[in-house]
Design a protein around this ligand. Structure first.
Ligand code: UTP
Length: 297
């Protein structure tokens, strides 16, 4: 019987340098796609997948993130007085139950693997999910939920995977798989940020993972991998060398890399066009903008 996965780690301790100067005082995870911060999309996805305990790995300057999940009694009273019921419901849906969130601190940004390792005492001996809030995935069935269903069949470690253009492999962890087809593929190797000519495939790892507690032990033993940081990829690759199962899961959905400016803008446009209250006005605006640009060329 496989253990149910009820804990998720959200590593949010990175410096977010690609969004400077905004991230000088605002955590990247609070940047908003339309009217919801990135972190809200990640939390909603985790909840849909049955996660009950939310573990944030934070760092200095991230207090706005902690406040975001608290009740906001003054705002609630103000909305109630003005009979703004819909907004009130919207607001309340962001509150987290007392005790559902735990915060652990990463004192130095030593990499994603190190951030995950910081949560080891809260994870104990249970399987856990990891969600990177930078990767926003629009999908009919939320990505982590798809992965949980695959995990119910396979157990072991599962990483979300997506085909990327070969020239982009150096931005990702890349999988070496036993077969090419199927949604769930057994992985026989994993390389962090390979040059295109060294990449074993173009199947890249995206920021959703379901991992066994053994990963924490592997992280414990790791010194520095690529780029002087402690890489989560190395801890997962260790599982493969130890003969333990690791799977890549080709999710159904559209992923936006909101860790980059271009990805963030694309997501803003796509999510804006999805919103019933905005789509008509917004799409008219985009159409006009494009014709003006074409006319000017
Ligand atoms: P990134 O590689 O995107 O780094 O981290 P970053 O610091 O967030 O952003 P840039 O590159 O400076 O713009 C991927 C994820 O891992 C977390 C980040 O918060 C992000 O969710 N992370 C990274 C940590 O929690 N700690 C680290 O030491 C490094």
């Amino acid at each position: 019987m496989k253990n149910k996965v009820t804990k998720a780690i959200f590593p949010v301790a990175g410096l977010g340098t690609r969004f400077l100067p905004a991230t000088k005082s605002i955590p990247k995870e609070i940047l908003t796609l339309v009217d919801r911060p990135l972190i809200q999309y990640a939390i909603d996805e985790a909840r849909a997948a049955g996660i009950k305990e939310f573990i944030f790995v934070t760092s200095r300057g991230k207090s706005a993130l902690e406040d975001y999940f608290d009740d906001a009694p003054e705002l609630e009273t103000a909305l109630r007085k003005k009979n703004k019921d819909e907004l009130l419901q919207e607001l309340k849906s962001t509150n987290m139950e007392s005790g559902a969130i735990a915060y652990v601190r990463q004192n130095k940004p030593l990499g994603l693997g190190h951030a995950v390792w910081c949560a080891r005492r809260l994870v104990h001996n249970e399987p856990f999910a990891v969600i990177l809030t930078d990767d926003v995935i629009a999908a009919e069935k939320p990505c982590l939920q798809q992965m949980m269903e695959a995990y119910d069949e396979t157990g072991g470690n599962i990483v979300a995977a997506m085909e990327v253009p070969r020239e982009k492999t150096s931005s990702y962890g890349v999988l070496d798989c036993e077969s090419e087809d199927g949604a769930t593929v057994k992985v026989k190797g994993m390389v962090e940020k390979p040059a295109p000519e060294d990449a074993p495939s173009n199947l890249a790892v995206i920021g959703r993972y379901i991992l066994t507690p053994k990963i924490m032990q592997n992280l414990n033993k790791l010194k520095s991998g690529a780029g002087g940081e402690i890489q989560l990829t190395d801890a997962i690759a260790q599982e493969i060398s130890d003969g333990n199962p690791v799977y890549g899961y080709r999710f159904r959905g559209q992923r936006y890399d909101c860790g980059t400016k271009a990805g963030f803008l694309q997501a803003t446009v796509a999510f804006g066009l999805q919103r019933p209250d905005l789509k008509d006005e917004f799409s008219d605006y985009l159409t006009d903008l494009m014709s003006m640009r074409q006319a000017a060329e």
